[in-house]
Design a protein around this ligand. Structure first.
Ligand code: HAM
Length: 425
């Protein structure tokens, strides 16, 4: 096979595309009930947006971005995530003038050059939601509850929501210091990556997958001890609100995230069915990002769920795979004039009845056309040949009853409508 899709970037074939679409439609409905509006940003952005937004010491920026120069030598990057682009668009179009708290959602492909494995690909899809302009813990609570209910609406159960607070930038720096102090005399026990992280991005040591590192950081101080009264109060209000709204969650003092923009609340949704790559989604506050990228001082919070991972959790049984039927009516024709007549009749059936109608586009034999109609699952076949054209009476065949009748050309649509209505009764 000469041409193949790029490793880690997979074709989504029709049946799987049906599952994607069903999930996306549910997400749109759920999100719009909360007042979220869709935003579509370009897949390519200037690289510096992500370097600045996500952080130049993060794994995404140092190892995973698809970055290249365009013909004019500008550095461009395929978006590895949606938040930085949404914030860029928010600032560029002054969306703070549209609403004091802007609720935006997006669905689309993201690109990260990671080693492909189950649940991890280089092109994957996210549904993400962002609220820009609300600092209150009730924004956090409503967003997390919305996400939890949407996950349930997808049909997922058995997931765990883990929540933590990284505190404000001052708390985060205090925590980083205490972690660095704790790790100084344990360097020999840590992997090479974590040794590098101690200076560059010490919080990342907390979610290293290496077993030895995991053992070391288990005993590490948690962020709780470093939170200022405001941040502690915010977190307390959030957890109280979630408790009272019936959202199940656990607090995870060592939960940190792989993107630098987070401050305050962070959360992750995991599912045991996902194995090694167990995060179905994640999010958190990024109160400084809008300002960092040149916009007004605007608090914000959001999350993104991995669509492929949700579909893995739902498994093959997920009924979203049911696509629209490929055919209800087939127009079998013989001869050029009959073909044109057939195509015109098909236009009327589609527009007046909304029924999936297929015609013979291969110039096949009548026998082959009947076989095609059968394969497509068509309930009715209209047969048009020279004789039928002359008499202006077509043959209408019921494929399951294996009966046929002659129907005047101008009554065909009506007759199909009555059969359809009878079936729907
Ligand atoms: P993230 O944790 O990098 O966060 O990604 C969110 C989710 O995307 C993951 O939990 C996972 O389900 C899915 N995902 C990530 N990488 C891959 C991959 N290589 N293959 C398949 N699925 C993947 C963000 O992207 C943040 N922008 C979330 C956010 C929005 N925070 C605030 N607002």
């Amino acid at each position: 096979m000469k041409y193949k899709s790029i490793r880690g970037m997979e074709d989504i074939l029709p049946e799987e595309a049906g599952r994607f679409r069903a999930l996306e439609e549910k997400a749109r409905r759920e999100l719009s009930l909360y007042g979220f509006m869709e935003i579509r940003t370009p897949i390519l952005e200037g690289s510096d947006l992500f370097v600045r937004g996500i952080g130049d010491a993060t794994d995404i920026v140092t190892k995973e971005m698809y970055t290249f120069s365009d013909r004019k030598g500008r550095s461009l990057t395929l978006r590895p995530e949606g938040t930085a682009s949404v914030v860029r668009a928010y600032i560029e179009h002054s969306l703070d003038n549209v609403s004091p708290d802007m609720k935006l959602y997006y669905i689309g492909p993201m690109f990260r050059s990671e080693r492909p494995q189950k649940g991890r690909s280089r092109q994957f899809h996210q549904v993400g939601a962002e609220i820009v302009g609300a600092a209150s813990p009730y924004a956090d609570a409503e967003l997390i509850s919305q996400m939890d209910l949407m996950i349930a609406a997808f049909g997922v159960s058995g997931h765990t929501i883990k929540i933590n607070s990284l505190g404000c930038p001052a708390d985060k720096a205090k925590f980083a210091d205490s972690l660095r102090k704790y790790l100084t005399d344990k360097k020999a026990m840590l992997c090479r990556d974590c040794n590098g992280r101690i200076d560059r991005n010490v919080l990342r040591t907390l979610d290293c997958k290496n077993d030895a590192c995991k053992t070391v950081v288990k005993q590490a101080p948690s962020v709780c001890g470093c939170l200022c009264p405001d941040c502690r109060g915010h977190f307390q209000k959030l957890t109280d609100a979630l408790d009272r709204m019936g959202v199940k969650f656990i607090t995870a003092g060592h939960l940190v995230r792989g993107l630098d923009y987070y401050t305050g609340t962070v959360f992750e949704i995991t599912h045991p069915k996902l194995g090694g790559q167990d995060a179905m989604g994640a999010g958190g506050r990024y109160d400084k990002l809008v300002e960092d990228l040149g916009g007004p001082d605007m608090p914000a919070i959001g999350y993104a769920l991995g669509i492929e991972r949700i579909l893995i959790v739902l498994g093959d049984k997920y009924a979203g795979g049911q696509d629209t039927p490929q055919g209800s009516v087939y127009i079998a024709t013989l001869g050029d004039s009959a073909k044109i007549e057939g195509m015109k009749l098909a236009v009327s059936i589609r527009s007046e009845l909304g029924m999936v109608t297929q015609t013979d586009i291969r110039e096949a034999s009548l026998k082959a056309q009947f076989r095609a109609a059968d394969k497509l699952g068509c309930k009715h076949v209209v047969v048009i040949g020279d004789d039928e054209l002359k008499k202006e009476v077509f043959v209408l065949r019921d494929m399951s009853a294996k009966t046929q009748e002659n129907v005047p050309r101008d009554r065909i649509v009506e007759r199909l409508r009555s059969y359809r209505n009878k079936r729907e009764e």
